[in-house]
Write a protein that binds this ligand. Structure first.
Ligand code: UN1
Length: 487
């Protein structure tokens, strides 16, 4: 057991504080569970209450701070985060498991997000309309909501908190950030760089604690005017009901069951490369991960052989090692869920082409390592074709032709991202038109999100709103229409 793990504190009202009841939680390395990465407070309802109070107190001052000034703080935070990019990336790999290369990429994305929203802080925030009356100055202005709760997952512990926090602050709201308890160090860094960049006390409050306690307490709190959540459909649905009951604004980004469609004319190597990247990077733990491959018949055999060969050749290991392609799953629970789906796939009659096992040996025994897994002969209604697995498991489903492929791709309650691999521009354009997904890729993998464009899903993948880019403004502001007449 590592004894040198650093102890961190929550940030409430400008002070670093332990949990009200003194409870703590250990942040473990999923590649080596005997390594304690950090010790954090395990906040409860009392801490949630204090954080909401602090955010409410800070709101009048922050909402009146000129928007460009708020933008300057975000820009300064971007510089500070960039200066500690290696440190944050290493913490990310150690607490979440993804490879160091992915962690560096994600931290760099955090820097871009802060920069992007610093720029947003000088963009127009309303519109002037013609009025029926000659003298009336008629305009609609975007104004802040108030204190907002941001509930974020462990799988992108830098990028997702940043893409919620940055616009939330830019538009004049104050924040209670509740990051996933599995990955608090990265969220702590975000809070720390914002503070060092000059964010006034209470504007951003960090509450690390159990989601099951802190989440509902924040959602029920009358001082919290809106909640933005990324996570499971199960938690999201409950949260929406609770928020709707008291009239709080909410935004949900949830699961996916994202398809890549491989048409007969595709280059097999390219299709394999995109499928592997989409399905196996981050150990398949992305809401945008590829989890179904819908292949046309003629290319089917060549594709499945090449995909299985590539999947079984991937180097799995500790994400800190430079040659690792795929790290561990994040937790024992995650491993149990993934292995449960492997069993379900076999029991329902799918054919296991490769993987499906826990990895054994010195390098693996202390972590949550499973082999990259490929099933074929998957029926469209099997559980592994319908439910979000959130692990390195991909299901190959055969399609008769293009129309069948689109029908199969849309045969899901989710609609986050989708991809097609083809050289046929006409079919690619039809796919873009017919696919029920919020994010469509042609000849690129299903994952990925640039800061300047809307991000979000159709159907059961989201509550309908979008994050990032100009779309972030819609959620983090409300509209005030003003009829201004001379006295
Ligand atoms: C990406 O595909 O790079 O939780 C981002 C998730 C998504 C973010 C995906 N909200 O996986």
């Amino acid at each position: 057991m590592t004894t040198s793990a650093r102890t961190y504190l929550n940030r409430i009202g400008g002070e670093w504080v332990p949990a009200a009841d003194g409870a703590t939680t250990s942040d473990l390395n999923p590649a080596r569970t005997d390594e304690v990465v950090a010790v954090f407070p395990s906040a409860g309802t009392q801490d949630a209450d204090r954080a909401a109070e602090a955010a409410a107190r800070a709101f009048p001052g922050w909402s009146r701070t000129p928007m460009p000034k708020r933008g300057e703080i975000l820009l300064k935070a971007a510089q500070l985060l960039e200066a500690r990019l290696d440190e944050v990336a290493e913490a990310l790999t150690r607490e979440e498991g993804k490879t160091l290369a992915e962690s560096k990429g994600e931290t760099a994305r955090g820097v871009s997000l802060l920069r992007y929203f610093a720029g947003e802080a000088t963009q127009p925030i309303g519109e002037v309309y013609p009025s029926a009356a000659t003298a009336t100055f008629l305009y609609a202005e975007r104004v802040p909501l108030g204190p907002v709760a941001l509930v974020t997952p462990w799988n992108f512990p830098v990028a997702i908190p940043t893409w919620k926090v940055a616009p939330c602050l830019a538009f004049g709201n104050t924040v209670v950030l509740k990051p996933a308890e599995l990955t608090p160090v990265t969220a702590w860094h975000l809070a720390d760089v914002l503070e060092k960049a000059g964010l006034p006390p209470g504007v951003l409050n960090l509450v690390v604690g159990r989601g099951s306690k802190v989440g509902p307490a924040l959602v029920a709190d009358e001082r919290i005017k809106a909640i933005s959540f990324t996570g499971s459909n199960e938690v999201g649905t409950r949260l929406a009901v609770q928020a709707a009951q008291r009239g709080a604004k909410f935004q949900l980004e949830m699961g996916g069951k994202n398809p890549v469609v491989v048409l007969d004319d595709a280059d097999v190597d390219k299709a394999v490369e995109l499928t592997i990247a989409g399905a196996m990077l981050s150990t398949g733990q992305k809401c945008t991960a590829t989890s179904r491959v819908i292949v046309e018949r003629q290319i089917g055999d060549r594709f499945r052989e090449a995909l299985a060969a590539k999947a079984s050749s991937l180097k799995v290991g500790d994400g800190m090692k430079p040659d690792t392609y795929m790290g561990p799953l994040v937790s024992a629970d995650a491993e149990k869920t993934v292995m449960g789906y492997v069993e379900a796939g076999k029991a329902e009659g799918a054919r296991l082409l490769t993987g499906g096992t826990k990895l054994r040996g010195d390098e693996y025994d202390r972590g949550y390592f499973v082999a990259p897994t490929v099933f074929d002969r998957v029926g469209p209604d099997m559980r592994i074709a319908q439910e979000e697995i959130f692990g390195p498991v991909v299901a190959i489903i055969e399609a008769k032709d293009f129309d069948d492929a689109v029908r199969l791709a849309n045969h899901t309650r989710f609609g986050l991202s989708a991809s097609i691999v083809t050289r046929d521009l006409g079919l690619a354009m039809r796919f873009v038109r017919e696919i029920e997904a919020g994010i469509v890729h042609v000849n690129s993998q299903t994952a990925g999100a640039e800061p300047q464009v809307p991000f979000g899903g159709f159907k059961g993948s989201s509550s309908g709103s979008r994050e990032q880019g100009k779309a972030a403004r819609d959620f983090f502001t409300q509209i005030k229409t003003v009829y201004l007449d001379p006295p």
